[in-house]
Design a protein around this ligand. Structure first.
Ligand SMILES: Cc1ncc(COP(=O)(O)O)c(C=O)c1O
Length: 382
């Protein structure tokens, strides 16, 4: 029997765990500013508050609490609560979907650059082809390259738009072409939509895969646009209920069920989603203004371009020391934390190695930029 290859370390998460909680200024986070518990509870109606305060801290249903699944299903155009399966964050959903869908005889296609789980988990199971977004053409996706990569045994195409780390959103016609391609070949479209609902304008918002394609699998989470990563509530929406049940059976070996308090809190946030999302979008929009101003003064060092979605951008660093040395010294000497492009290294093909990830979902961006500006001024070669 041949053994599946081991999964290499998750470079981004390993780098994050080294610096995320010690760096003074985190200018690289991919989530939006977290809500505080009292602020979230202030949005609860009397019934929800009473439910939260009297909650039994028991196991909950593996699929997720029925009322939560009902609230989640309302965030799609066409799903029923039975089409939703909750997970401990989006990460568990990626893991389980890949483990259930793919076998050693299959082939998968994954976009690069990516959140590493998107490629490392499939790579531990089967052959995977990477299709690179074109950094010289505003991170565009060449649909002909995707088509050319399809093999008779291609089972799944995995996408993530708005993309981590580039913030790219596909034009609607490219997304539609991808769906058409998947339909033609009977391929599952695994669509990581965790940054959806953070777009520069609503017209840029893509449909959710599950709403437009019978083999669409939509992944989402409370962590990003809703600013509630600590709840660890994610979900998959999929209309193939037999497949969803296979995912559920796998979950019995992992988290089993979600945390009961998190389920109630997620439901409160989702019922008030317009308020919660307006807060996130306000913070992001204000931060983009700050970044535009800041980088205008430092265009000799950074190529900043506002991405069309999400709250991260993957910007070029042009200093002579290179981005690895720069980000390392910057966090050690000034406490300003950026992820360097090495954490996005892919096993599927080259990823630009002169970039860093800027995150702009947090309220303390102004202070962080001020510390960065002072550091750059102190170092006269900048
Ligand atoms: C594209 C993408 N998918 C999934 C995840 C995992 O989300 P969570 O931390 O909520 O499990 C992340 C986290 O950064 C992400 O960027």
């Amino acid at each position: 029997m041949t053994e599946a290859p081991a999964m290499r370390d998750f470079a981004l998460e390993a780098y994050m765990s080294k610096w995320e909680f010690v760096a003074r200024y985190n200018l690289t986070g991919s989530d939006a500013e977290s809500l505080r518990l009292p602020d979230l509870l202030a949005l609860a109606n009397d019934g929800e508050r009473a439910e939260f305060e009297n909650l039994s801290l028991s196991y909950t249903q593996t699929y997720g609490a029925p009322a939560l699944r009902a609230e989640i299903s309302r965030t799609y155009d066409s799903t029923a609560p039975e089409d939703i399966l909750c997970f401990a964050g989006a990460e568990e959903g990626i893991y389980i979907a890949m483990k259930v869908l793919l076998t050693a005889d299959d082939h998968a296609i994954v976009i690069t650059p990516n959140y590493q789980a998107a490629e490392t988990i499939p790579l531990s199971i089967c052959a995977v082809t990477g299709i690179a977004l074109d950094e010289n053409d505003d991170w565009s996706l060449d649909i002909d390259k995707v088509e050319a990569a399809i093999r008779p045994n291609t089972k799944l195409i995995s996408i993530n738009f708005p993309n981590n780390p580039t913030g790219k959103i596909l034009p609607r016609k490219t997304f539609d072409a991808l769906v058409t391609l998947c339909r033609k070949h009977g391929i599952w479209l695994f669509s990581d939509e965790v940054y959806r609902l953070i777009e520069r304008t609503p017209e840029l918002r893509l449909p959710q895969a599950v709403d437009v394609y019978e083999r669409g699998i939509s992944l989402n989470v409370m962590s990003k646009a809703y600013g509630l990563p600590g709840l660890r509530i994610g979900w998959i929406a999929c209309k193939d209920r037999a497949l969803l049940q296979r995912f559920e059976r796998y979950k019995h070996y992992l988290s089993i069920c979600n945390s009961a308090p998190s389920e109630v809190l997620a439901r409160i946030a989702l019922r008030n989603r317009e308020t919660v999302l307006a807060r996130t979008r306000g913070i992001v929009s204000n931060n983009i203004g700050l970044l535009n101003d800041f980088f205008a003064d430092y265009s000799h060092i950074f190529d900043w371009k506002e991405p069309n979605g999400g709250c991260v951008a993957f910007i070029r660093y042009k200093g002579p020391d290179g981005v690895e040395a720069f980000t390392q010294k910057l966090v050690e000497e000034a406490g300003v934390f950026f992820l360097p492009s090495s954490v996005y290294r892919s096993d599927l093909g080259p990823v630009p190695q002169d970039r860093l990830r800027v995150g702009f979902g947090h309220l303390d961006l102004r202070e962080g930029l001020s510390a960065l500006g002072k550091y750059l001024m102190r170092n006269d070669r900048y």
